[in-house]
Design a protein around this ligand. Sequence first.
Ligand code: CO
Length: 620
Amino acid sequence: MAAHAHAILTAAEIVEVSQLLRGAGLVGEDTTFRRIAVAHPSDDTERLIEVWLYSSGAKRIDELIVSLTSGQVVSANAVFGLRPQIGFGEIEAAIKTVKANPEVAAAVAKRGVTDPGKLQVDPWPTGNMGLDHEEGRRVARCILFWRDEVADNGYAKPIDGLMVFVDLDLDEVYRIDDIGDWPIPAETNNYHTGTVPDRDGLRTIDITQPDGASFTVSDGNLITWQNWDVRALLDHTEGLVLQSLAWTDDDRRRPVMRRASMAEMVVPYGETRETQAFKNALDVGEIGLGRCVNSLVLGCDCLGDITYLDAAWAFQDGTPVQVSQAICIHEEDFGIAWKHTDQHNGGTAEVRRSRRLVISSIFTVGNYDYGIFWYLYLDGTIQMEVKLTGIVTTQGHRDGDDLTHTALVGPQVSAPIHQHLFCARFDMEIDGPDNTAYRVDVEADRPGPANPHHNAFRAVATKLETERQAIAKVDASKARTWRVVNEGSVDRLGHARGFKLLPADSATLFPSDASRIAGRAGFAKQNIWITPTDNDQRFPAGNHVTQSEPEHQGLPTWTNADRSITDTRITVWHVFGLTHSARPEDFPVMPTEYARCTWIPFGFFDRNPALDIPPSNHCH
Ligand code: CO
């Protein structure tokens, strides 16, 4: 029997899909697998798997949906003219090819590196710079670092001035750009255990739940905690995904979100030096977060009473890679849920503890590490948090080099200014499929007879009728928020029941509109997009973003249709993140930074839904 439509993809299913497609004659000599994932939700109960195949000879991508319930390919779409996500096998091959290349060896020997075995080669998706030599090729730009010992921090020792271009289809170095010599920095800057003396005085923190955790996991990935239930998945492209999130009160299960995920991210760099200016990673679409997932370690990554879920992703030859402990589930105490000290009644206090259910995974993409943390709270709050850590990408620095677009993080080494802009995708279904969105700005009233004390201000809710009208930036000066409601579901006070998005107060994409990346990642030029939900519109920069041409796919194109978004299934896309002007403290490994957005119930409940939390039994 096939698994639940929204179960986590297993290694056995990857094998089954791969064999089914081979049996159907769809996998040729030069065909590789670029995505095997649970298909975005259909409303039926079939087990549908989405597969993207790439055939390098024909430069063709096949987008397939396979039913494991019927054993059939149920839809097929051939795509030409776009380039597929880079495969991990290709990345491994490119690293070997660069290390073995005699011209690379000669170029690094000029810089004093005589053992190419000690090179660290970072193959980057190249973006699309519109250069003649990229035409018709799938290109990785490789930049080089030096590791004297295998465990050394390569980012402390950039070998700057060299860019090695690899044609991924041919697996060959086809071009080397040598733009100058920079000294390899002298400092080692390692961060591993034993490289720095441990500090004293930190006593043990144990987190114990003597009665066990308060959530249950059943049917593989169905998580039930207090009033919440949700399924957690690992998607090849988006990483950790929440599916079918609902709240049950009085035995009535009330849907809130059908699917919530990190649908894309872009990391543009602001440095003008040739060895940096091409960097504008779209790590979700170009690399795939799911296959960058960490196997988490109890007591290190996660502390307390932890339940883990295992996952699997497909290597480019269609074989499964199993990851144990890929998704971490636990409860956290989160301070005070609510409190009041009644000074009219002898100072008696009522206080309740808050806690949250945490569903998280960690993804390593080259130098950076991203945690995706979903939090569900007892009062109906839903939060998405990205934790950013890892190592900043670096370049060499010579005395007198321009520091306008980069900052020294050590002697002879600098880290260019850059952004991490995430695009969260929320497929909404508050109390059912027919939802409507409002943008809410707070405005001061004009002076006049209706404002005799000049103090008046008000929240002005604008109903968003179409997708172009909905495009907007965050605006802290207007305390701007968004509200998604179901106008067919009204509370006892007459409010349409809904949730309010407290957006991250976040900059949008800084590269100018004339840049190539502004066209490829046009989604990141705004903070909010709202579209009618369409299962074929899931990735805001398009399905196949590698070397994509500017302005050819994704949210900016879709929304030209200016479709209606009232009383229908809608998707809210929120772009938020951080802009990193690097600090000395970000090196040699970056202290975790946080970016988050929050949904809070707004009229979804008749009153504070956390009134019924009992007092803590530790409360004396
Ligand atoms: Co950064």
